[in-house]
Design a protein around this ligand. Structure first.
Ligand SMILES: [Zn+2]
Length: 388
């Protein structure tokens, strides 16, 4: 009889290497462990990287917003500037309005306007319009689901819209039935917790225990239903505790330049993206950048190393990165800082991600994009068809 095989990859957002090390997370069940370099960017950069094994230059996801007024889904917002701004500043209103837009345009991805001022939205397009996890979600680049379809495996990929508890239960049900060969379990609550309490928070151990309990249950069911099984926990980055706050917007906007006419900028929590429309603006901004405290302008070597050297400058002609621990506030992501943040230099200790496996893998990951190669090896092994 043919052996029943399964491989499950469980993604825990923000389960950094420093956290895993400090709390000795699941050392017995998952003894094959690697400290993994994160992808420069945020979770919206890391997920496409993990699902394709490619750098942002290739899969095109770096930040949510990029300059593209011709195709901006917010084009019609120009008429809204006459309405009182206070309505649009309320997070609840923005969240509901984001849902309305997503529905109107039939977006299936994670669509959220965050704190980008309304009058600035018409300059920008939004990258995550499609569900990244389903077949064709990152086309023209093939993603994990495309590969699973190609190899003809029966698979379960979590629905990111559900709670992590629902996603864990849903995968366990399929494992019990023995109806799948491959599982990708998505959980994201750890990220929210760490943003709120930092990696030093009391609640962290409790949350890790909660994950451990569910992982043991999953492992038990894999043992019951399959002859060969492999369980791997992966993460995208760690969490860095807030050290300083910088009002970078105020510094740039003190210049005698007009937003939209001379330049545009996107202020993420840990980086700024600039597009210049004339030489004076370029000169003035490049002169003011060194005065933004605890930050530096990314040079071409860094852009190349991080895989963000976009030939068309899709995410800005220049990118300023804050030092680890320093957050921009207010930013286009939020008005206030958070106790913990990620999106700093990948080389910083708190940035590193984790790879924890129940058995030794053929390709040991160095960078989060290598997870895709590990998953591909598993897919080939389970399907018994390495030549596809
Ligand atoms: Zn996060």
């Amino acid at each position: 009889m043919k052996k029943r095989r399964i491989s499950v990859f469980m993604f825990i957002d923000a389960l950094g290497w420093e956290i895993v090390k400090k709390h000795h997370f699941m050392e017995e069940l998952l003894p094959f462990r690697n400290k993994v370099e994160m992808q420069f960017g945020y979770s919206c950069t890391a997920i496409p990287t993990i699902l394709t094994g490619e750098r942002p230059e290739v899969h095109k996801h770096l930040s949510f917003y990029y300059y593209n007024p011709e195709e901006s889904p917010f084009k019609s917002f120009k008429v809204l500037k006459f309405l009182p701004g206070s309505i649009f500043d309320r997070w609840r209103f923005r969240h509901l309005f984001s849902k309305v837009i997503a529905k109107a345009y039939r977006y299936t991805g994670y669509f959220e306007m965050y704190a980008m001022p309304f009058e600035r939205l018409p300059y920008f397009d939004y990258i995550e319009k499609r569900d990244l996890f389903v077949p064709g979600g990152l086309l023209p680049v093939p993603n994990l689901a495309d590969k699973l379809e190609e190899f003809g495996l029966r698979y379960h990929i979590s629905n990111w819209r559900l709670t992590e508890e629902q996603n864990i239960q849903s995968l366990i049900e399929d494992v019990k039935k023995g109806s799948i060969d491959f599982g990708f379990l998505y959980t994201a609550a750890m990220d929210g917790l760490l943003h709120r309490v930092t990696r030093e928070g009391q609640e962290v151990q409790q949350k890790l225990d909660w994950y451990a309990e569910h992982i043991y249950t999953l492992w038990q069911e894999m043992q019951n239903s399959y002859d060969e099984y492999n369980l791997i926990v992966i993460s995208d980055h760690g969490m860095t505790t807030l050290t300083e706050t910088v009002d970078a917007k105020k510094i740039v906007e003190a210049l005698p330049l007009k937003f939209g006419k001379d330049y545009v900028a996107v202020y993420d929590s840990t980086m700024i993206h600039f597009w210049y429309f004339n030489d004076e603006a370029r000169k003035a901004i490049l002169k003011v950048i060194p005065t933004i405290p605890f930050s530096h302008l990314l040079n071409i070597e860094e852009k190349k190393r991080y895989g963000i050297d976009f030939k068309d400058n899709m995410y800005g002609e220049d990118i300023v990165l804050m030092d680890a621990g320093v957050q921009i506030a207010p930013s286009d992501m939020g008005r206030n800082t958070l106790p913990g943040m990620h999106g700093f230099a990948p080389e910083h200790e708190d940035s590193y991600a984790s790879f924890l496996s129940s058995s030794k893998v053929e390709v040991e990951p160095q960078w989060v994009g290598d997870y895709f190669r590990v998953m591909l090896k598993e897919i080939e092994r389970i399907s018994g068809n390495p030549s596809l």
